[in-house]
Design a protein around this ligand. Structure first.
Ligand SMILES: Cc1cc2nc3c(=O)[nH]c(=O)nc-3n(C[C@H](O)[C@H](O)[C@H](O)COP(=O)(O)OP(=O)(O)OC[C@H]3O[C@@H](n4cnc5c(N)ncnc54)[C@H](O)[C@@H]3O)c2cc1C
Length: 458
């Protein structure tokens, strides 16, 4: 369909044995569980099912190749971030549910680390945490608000701590550096190596993966594809932003693009100043999210949002590229690290994240029709997908675990408005967020606009 992910740093630095394609489905088959989508959600689900019950027949149908979607192209932050708002969780499920959800996310990071080690998945795993750095005085206000929020839920210094400008500069040598918020709960990874490695692991466990196999519809008891039907008692939708292309799901999420650039490998003399010695992932406190990591081969991989939403929730390869955003990312990275100078940008790529109407991810299984789903992770799916996979496995197998009682289980986000309201809403909020960042950079304090954005984001 497209060579879109081929433009990414991650796909172009995959080892030869991790490339290649698998055969398509060659006729009707029968399984116990059939999964649409070969990204992290689909594969972690397959993994959890086979680990729980090795006898299960699990089939994955992937329209392109494993890791074609966001799982092969992301920023490589394997974090404990859960996109759903804590206040919304408290309103619907109470205070303990907020804490349980966050603790489950912390534990998910440990679980992924365990699997990566035990299954020997080479994915450049480095558990260096995350530093969020204040580069403007207004960022310091936000840093303190976030820290206060963490403390109000009982998360202490071991989970989130403030760094003085001096301490922060020891972690990240950016300019200016007014202080930071550090959490140890994040690993930097090579995302395509993780998803391809996971594909090989589940195959070793006996899962069958069909590539070049587009699912045309997900129905009770079957996945229909042009090459045949997979019949199964339980079927799983793991198609994230691409879900909008499936019948009846156009308004289930809004695909919003996140774009990335990567530099050439930078010399040790550069890193002596820029630091990031243990490869913590990094961001600042602007509203329009930017995110970065120092890769295992000494580059920056740096991304951000801000690309316009495309009417009709369309997902197209050409939307992965936007020169204006690539230039903005380059300028932002150079402003943070002036010593970057003329270092070459070797890769530019992007992909869609799936945003539910209430910005709240969900996972569930409807026992009546046998259809399970997970997604709407916004931009925080690298680790949440693992929690989703284990949760779907427990739901399908009827296990009464702590996971199935977490607040996102069974959550149903409202549908997005029909067009053109959807286009107006998503792009209007984007513009508002951009204008707040611009005003703050000019030393203003656009409190009212910031409150509107906060309300919009739940
Ligand atoms: C540029 C970018 C940066 C990001 N950075 C981060 C980050 O640093 N940290 C983080 O936590 N999250 C990040 N994310 C989000 C994260 O990557 C996703 O939330 C996560 O990968 C979702 O995994 P998934 O398996 O649900 O979806 P996907 O990886 O998108 O997988 C869905 C799969 O389904 C396949 N498919 C689609 N339609 C069909 C069909 N009809 N039939 C069969 N198969 C189909 C697709 O080809 C695809 O392989 C980022 C996303 C992007 C785009």
């Amino acid at each position: 369909m497209s060579d879109a992910p081929g433009a990414s740093l991650w796909h172009s630095t995959l080892p030869a044995e991790a490339k290649g394609t698998r055969p398509a489905l060659g006729g009707d088959v029968v399984a116990d569980v059939a999964i649409a989508g070969g990204g992290y959600t689909g594969l972690w689900t397959a993994y959890a099912l086979k680990r729980a019950d090795p006898g299960l027949r699990v089939v994955v149908c992937e329209r392109e190749t494993v890791g074609f979607g966001a799982s092969g192209r992301n920023g490589g932050w394997c974090s404990a971030l859960f996109a759903g708002s804590r206040d919304a969780t408290e309103r619907s499920h109470g205070r303990d549910a907020v804490v349980a959800m966050q603790r489950a996310m912390f534990a998910t990071l440990d679980e992924i680390e365990r699997v990566v080690r035990e299954e020997a998945i080479e994915c450049d795993w480095a558990r260096g945490g995350t530093i969020q750095v204040a580069t403007l005085p207004s960022h310091l206000t936000r840093l303190h608000e976030e820290l206060e929020d963490h403390r109000s839920w009982g998360f202490g210094e071991d989970d989130f701590r403030e760094l003085t400008p001096h301490e922060s500069s020891d972690v990240i040598g950016c300019r200016p550096n007014l202080g930071g918020l550090f959490t140890p709960h994040c690993a930097a990874i090579h995302p395509a190596k993780l998803v391809r490695g996971l594909g090989r692991v589940v195959e070793r466990l006996g899962v069958t993966i069909y590539e070049q196999t587009p699912v045309q519809s997900i129905e009770a008891g079957r996945l229909r594809t042009p090459h045949g039907t997979v019949r199964a008692e339980a079927v799983v939708r793991a198609t994230e932003a691409f879900s909008t292309e499936l019948p009846g799901l156009r308004r289930v999420v809004a695909p919003v693009y996140s774009l990335m650039i990567a530099t050439e490998p930078l010399p040790d003399s550069f890193w002596a100043e820029a630091r990031l010695d243990t490869r913590p992932t990094f961001a600042d406190f602007r509203h329009m999210i930017v995110y970065g990591q120092r890769t295992a081969d000494g580059r920056f991989a740096f991304g951000g949002r801000g690309t316009p939403y495309h009417a009709g929730s369309r997902v197209r390869p050409q939307f992965d590229r936007d020169p204006r955003i690539f230039d903005m990312l380059h300028a932002t990275l150079r402003a943070l690290f002036p010593a970057l100078g003329d270092a070459a940008i070797t890769h530019r790529w992007g992909g869609a994240v799936a945003v539910p109407r209430d910005w709240y991810p969900s996972v569930g299984f409807d026992r009546a029709d046998g259809i399970a789903w997970a997604g709407g992770y916004v931009g925080d799916g690298v680790s949440t997908t693992n929690l989703a996979g284990r949760t779907i496995a427990d739901l399908i197998l009827g296990r009464d675990s702590d996971l199935v009682r977490l607040p996102w289980v069974g959550h149903r986000s409202p549908r997005w408005e029909p067009e053109p309201l959807r286009w107006l809403g998503v792009n209007g909020s984007r513009k508002l967020v951009e204008s707040i960042d611009r005003a703050e950079a000019r030393g203003r304090d656009p409190k009212r606009r910031a409150r509107v954005v906060k309300r919009l984001l739940g």
